[in-house]
Design a protein. Structure first.
Length: 566
């Protein structure tokens, strides 16, 4: 009788399959397939040459549109104040009103761009900029111009970001941080010399409105470029919170108040008017409140602890020293020629040379820049700026722009060499800590460029005022009619009025007044020479510190391992 094997099934389970009479041989386990190496994604195809040239042209136009608005005012302040019937102090408020929103707005725009998309950000920004530029054409009084300059500073703030992004767009990722970065920063530096070169002729043609007619034309060209050429837009993300807006409000008030103080403080003099102290207190208090808010957040708008680390403080100090040294150009050479009574059109050849030096140095830096070369490039930049400032320190009342072409080209080339390696190394340091630190780094960079530039101009301008008073008092105290040389010079100068003034006493008084004017002029030249010497000494000290810092870092690097030989 055949026996069967009984199988019990658990309650509720599926019936089991009958067991085979003889167990089937277990098939061998298949050999594991070799792991296929991960293939990196193919790099994007290079952009066609014509399209790349179009993006670069768009970047040039956007940079020009953004830079002309500010530099038209700063380059022609004396001429513009005549159009409005304003004093020099009043006209300077046009620059202060522009810088008040411009000093901080880029910080919140960084998050606006990430949340609402780069495309919408670009289109909306250029439309606002064109609208504000067009309104300038209908302004004829100082009060309206002052209000409009505030909105012009706000509207111009996103233009610098767009110009930067459009210049980086055609470059492959491997070249964005060297070639693209150098060309983008060189592009941002050309607006100042271009404005200085074309504004005298424009003022002769149509005054204030001619300047802004050109700006409107450039803005309209930029509008067409933005709508025809799209930027690669990263994915959107909700990054703006209510606390971000609260922090930014205090940052904007602090930076704006500080920008006003630094712009007009030297003219009203720092300790003479009480409202300067009030504005400075408001600036410090607002920045402290913003820092307290950020220190108590889990996801801060800016990382205050990282900003106060030794590495970032050192980086900020380096940027600030260079900004003060680079202020030698607008607050030194340009202001000297204004004090000597030269018209802006007489400095065109010097500004053309500065334009050429900036572009050439930017392209040269693109060929040199690689990670690890930053100290050597910065040393070369310091040497150029220092030598240029020392050459300028030999100025006399016969010095003209033609004699300063070489020195100002050196200063401009030094500035173009310094910024790209500094920005690249700072971005690498921020990315090591994570993408959230990029905004904190941007705050450092923009603060040292905008507020740092204003601080450099205020510092050097105040130094000139103090040294001019010193030299003037020293020269004037030796002007006495008992000195035969002084009496001879007074008689010579008084001879100009000899045919219209017969009173000997009045004639001597006129001669003394003219001699006093000449003494003040010489004192001013001596003060500017002191300024140029100070900048040269600052560059020498900074170069010494850079060399020491580089040697210390080299000594701390671990020695390469030695291979054992048999």
């Amino acid at each position: 009788m055949r026996s069967e094997t009984a199988h019990e099934a658990a309650p509720g389970s599926a019936p089991s399959a009958p067991a085979p009479a003889t167990p089937a041989p277990t098939p061998p386990a298949p050999a594991s397939a070799p792991a296929t190496p991960s293939v990196p994604p193919a790099p994007p195809p290079p952009m066609p040459a014509r399209r790349a040239a179009a993006y670069m042209f768009a970047a040039f136009v956007l940079s020009l549109a953004q830079g002309l608005g500010l530099n038209f005012i700063s380059a022609n302040l004396t001429q513009i104040q005549g159009s409005f019937g304003a004093t020099t102090n009043e006209a300077t408020w046009l620059m202060a009103a522009y810088m008040a929103p411009n000093a901080s707005l880029t910080l919140i725009l960084f998050k606006v761009r990430a949340q609402f998309g780069l495309r919408h950000f670009a289109e909306f920004s250029i439309l606002i900029f064109v609208a504000v530029s067009c309104i300038h054409l209908f302004v004829n009084d100082f009060q309206t111009a002052l209000i409009l300059r505030f909105f012009a500073g706000a509207a111009a703030s996103p233009m610098s970001s767009l110009a930067f992004l459009y210049m980086l767009e055609p470059f492959p990722p491997a070249k964005k941080m060297n070639i693209g970065l150098c060309i983008a920063l060189a592009n941002m530096a050309i607006a100042a010399p271009v404005a200085r070169m074309i504004s005298p002729s424009l003022l002769d043609i149509g005054g204030w409105h001619a300047l802004y007619l050109v700006e409107v034309g450039v803005a309209l060209v930029a509008l067409g470029c933005v709508y025809m050429l799209r930027l690669t837009s990263p994915p959107r993300a909700k990054v703006i919170s209510a606390v971000d807006l609260l922090s930014y409000m205090f940052i904007a008030v602090g930076f704006g108040s500080l920008a006003i103080v630094l712009t007009v403080g030297r003219l009203y003099w720092w300790l003479e008017v009480p409202w300067l102290g009030v504005l400075l207190a408001v600036a410090i208090g607002s920045i402290i409140i913003a820092a307290i808010i950020e220190l108590n957040r889990k996801a801060p708008f800016i990382d205050v602890r990282w900003l106060t680390s030794w590495e970032i403080l050192h980086f900020t100090g380096v940027l600030l020293i260079f900004r003060i040294a680079l202020s030698e150009q607008p607050s030194g050479a340009t202001a000297l020629f204004t004090a000597l009574g030269l018209a802006p059109s007489q400095t065109n050849i010097m500004w053309a040379a500065i334009f050429l030096a900036s572009v050439t140095a930017g392209l040269f830096c693109a060929m040199l820049m690689k990670p690890g070369r930053e100290p050597f490039i910065h040393a070369a930049a310091l040497v150029m700026i220092g030598v240029g400032a020392y050459l300028d320190s030999q100025s006399t009342n016969l010095t003209r722009p033609e004699q300063m072409i070489v020195s100002q080209m050196l200063v401009a080339a030094g500035g173009a060499l310094f910024l790209p390696p500094a920005l690249a190394s700072g971005l690498r340091s921020a990315l090591k800590n994570g993408p959230n630190y990029i905004l904190s780094f941007i705050i450092v960079f923009l603060t040292t460029q905008s507020l740092g530039g204003l601080f450099g101009s205020a510092l050097l301008g105040s130094f000139i005022t103090i040294r001019e008073k010193f030299h003037s008092s020293y020269l004037v105290e030796h002007i006495t009619l008992t000195d035969p040389l002084v009496a001879q010079r007074v008689n010579l100068l008084a001879g100009i009025y000899g045919k219209v003034i017969t009173d000997k006493t009045l004639l001597n008084a006129e001669g003394l007044a003219l001699l006093s004017q000449q003494a003040t002029k010489e004192a001013t030249i001596l003060a500017y020479n002191d300024l140029f010497t100070l900048v040269a000494a600052l560059c020498a000290v900074a170069l010494f510190g850079l060399l020491i810092h580089t040697l210390i870092n080299a000594s701390r690097r671990p020695a390469p391992p030695t291979t054992a030989t048999a």
